[in-house]
Design a protein around this ligand. Structure first.
Ligand code: SAH
Ligand code: SF4
Ligand code: F3S
Length: 472
């Protein structure tokens, strides 16, 4: 047998990129590639890029600068190192990448990953290959599924793409251009994926999509199914104890989703629901097509269905023409909702988006100042939320040995890392943990039920109800 070739892949950006990277690794495993942790000894390096903000995009070129040195060194040793740029920068910039960085051999956009083996062969023959676009029908189902060994190596929590692309066209955002029009995968395909994962030890599934609650994939009855129905169906798969989904849009929260939160103990009471701004004037300029009050009402519907639900969000500060009063409306909304955490970003103009042409820009100083004020507020809410867990007994799904010897780390329903001293046997189980302290963002506790008193089959036993109530 020939020597396995080494593949190094580095992902930037969102969860979808992490998932896509795994699919590329699985597909290239069929071509004899094994993953390696360092770029220097790799035969193939893939940069899976993100275009969302200028900073993310520019990282690619500095990384390519470093790779040029590694590639030259490999050549001096008589080795060939191929360099692929994948992801949203590949989709957005195409040829421009090769012009700016001749070190690149292949450029491939998110719509065409199943062509990767072919593109590599083409690059070998012609020195270079470029493919950034393919018909939408080709998007799903062409990539190799993970092997049982790959699933086991990746642990007990897994992403599954159910929807890709976006038709919303928020005026600041590149995603509708880089990921294309919104497409949903059929229910049967998703069920197959989840069963394969569950059969190989996965206990928690996060359904991902750029607009995941716009999901409308074909159901077994031939009709489009909403996300709530999909979640209800997946909750029945043996071995799956936790379900999550990300990222949702406030406009697509339908009753099936709310009812799923009311009824499914497997569906975690933690929802990432970006609002971007609390000002109706800014929301309109962003083309979000909802008001701050619409968003408040959506939050109320979730809370009415499940009182222990918590939320996170994304915010943009310094969108063109955002005034102090608009920003104060954002702060007011944050104070009113009370988040378990949130991401906030300075507005970054993206080429080709409508907002990039808006004249009334906010100065860098103002943006910095607003970002600090918003982050202080969010941080204080997040710490209060985390501190509220101290003294409670909460369910933790254990994931892996922690860095500290003897400790195992898992996550609460709210994705807070929680550490206990215990045997690695508990990995993959949901167990009640009494939380004793908080260290930065990590909870420390003890197993509420001593190990010798647990029933032998607790890996599949239903979760004990959460006793956490949302503070903050
Ligand atoms: N699909 C998701 C999020 C996509 S991008 C949604 O609709 O909410 C993730 C986050 O990046 C966005 O929620 C937004 O807050 C931020 N973002 C997107 N474009 C941006 C830009 N041009 N400048 C700054 N932040 C941006
Ligand atoms: Fe971007 Fe808006 Fe679509 Fe989210 S909903 S991906 S922010 S265009
Ligand atoms: Fe970035 Fe593309 Fe995801 S732009 S955030 S990698 S969809």
């Amino acid at each position: 047998m020939s020597q396995p070739r080494k593949l190094h892949i580095k992902s930037y950006g969102c969860q979808m990129n992490v998932y896509d990277a795994q699919r590329m690794v699985d597909t290239l495993a069929g071509e004899g590639f094994v993953e390696t942790a360092s770029a220097d000894d790799a035969d193939l390096v893939i940069l899976n890029t993100c275009h969302i903000r200028e900073k993310a995009s520019e990282k690619v070129y500095s990384e390519l600068g470093r790779l040029r040195v590694a590639k030259d060194e490999a050549a001096r040793d008589g080795r060939v190192m191929n360099i692929v740029v994948a992801g949203c920068v590949a989709q957005a910039e195409g040829h421009e990448i090769i012009r700016r960085a001749p070190v690149v051999d292949v450029v491939v956009g998110p719509q065409s990953y199943h062509h990767l083996p072919q593109l590599l062969a083409e690059a070998k023959a012609n020195g270079r290959a470029l493919e950034t676009e393919f018909p939408v029908e080709d998007k799903f189902g062409f990539l190799a599924p993970p092997s049982p060994q790959a699933i086991r190596a990746r642990g007990i929590s897994s992403f599954v793409t159910v929807q890709e692309g976006c038709d919303k066209f928020c005026t600041f955002c590149v995603v509708p251009y880089t990921r294309g029009a919104e497409v949903s995968r059929p229910v049967a395909k998703i069920v197959d994926d989840v069963k394969r994962l569950a059969d190989n030890g996965v206990r928690e599934i996060t359904l991902i999509g750029q607009n995941v609650n716009a999901y409308h994939g074909e159901g077994p009855d031939g009709r489009p199914w909403p996300l709530g129905s999909l979640l209800r169906h997946l909750a029945k798969i043996p071995g799956i104890v936790r379900l999550r989904y990300s990222t949702s849009h406030p406009r697509d929260v339908d009753d099936t989703l709310i009812e799923a939160h009311r009824d499914l103990k497997e569906l975690m009471p933690f929802v990432h629901l970006p609002v971007q701004s609390g000002s109706d004037r800014v929301l309109a300029a962003m083309n979000r097509k909802h008001t701050a009050d619409d968003y408040r009402r959506v939050i109320d519907r979730f809370r009415d269905a499940r009182q222990d639900i918590a939320f996170s969000s994304d915010f943009i500060v310094g969108f063109p023409a955002e005034r102090e009063e608009d920003f104060c409306a954002t702060l007011a909304l944050v104070r009113q909702i009370g988040y378990a955490g949130a991401y906030s970003f300075k507005y970054s103009p993206r080429p080709g988006t409508p907002a990039a042409d808006m004249r009334e820009t906010v100065s860098a100083e103002e943006m910095d100042e607003r970002l600090v004020r918003l982050q202080e507020l969010i941080d204080s809410q997040q710490s209060a939320f985390n501190r509220a867990a101290i003294g409670l007994t909460v369910d933790v799904l254990f994931e892996r040995p922690a860095r500290n010897p003897g400790q195992i780390v898992g996550r609460t329903a709210y994705l807070q890392p929680a550490h206990v001293f215990a045997s690695p046997d508990i990995i993959g189980e949901v167990l009640p943990v009494t939380i004793e302290s908080l260290e930065r963002y990590s909870l420390l506790g003890t197993l509420a039920t001593p190990l010798h008193m647990r029933p032998a089959s607790s890996a599949h036993s239903p979760m004990t109800p959460l006793q956490t109530t949302v503070g903050a």
